[in-house]
Design a protein. Sequence first.
Length: 180
Amino acid sequence: MASNVVSQVEVPIEKTIDREKVCPLLLRIFCAQVRHNSMNDYSRGSVPPNELQIYTWLDCTLKELTSLIKDVNPDARRRGTEFNFAIVAPDRYSARYALREVGITISGQRSPDDEKSLSQCKFEVGDYIDVVINPPDTGIAGGRGNAAHGVYGAQRRSGERDRTGSFSGGGGGRYGGFGR
């Protein structure tokens, strides 16, 4: 006697937001090169100086954010530039902020994270978005030249080993190449 078991998992369907009727939220984005901004930059009511403010909705995708960042940052427009997105939110267990990576988009290429929306990333109003912008073939940790650094190198402190056993380093100055 054979039995068939069918698994029916409901995929939550994201509610469509009517952008004509729903007020947008203020999204505060902080861009850096090589690595994410330090969590110390988000302490005691301060934020990193490289802020970009965008009014958008919770159904905004990472690809849309990539496009908006490229509009104001000419250096980020090169094909193959990698955008590593993270949410910076208050840590529920301490008086600090915590960083959680949510996706990567690549300029001029399709990526699995392109269509992720802010709500799918569990973004809450009041959180920040921290974006690492890595130009293609830069030869620096976090660039597309070495994929192992692209995902894992972003949260490492200088001098720590990554999964391949290499040291992650970096430069870019205090403000990630964006100045004051």
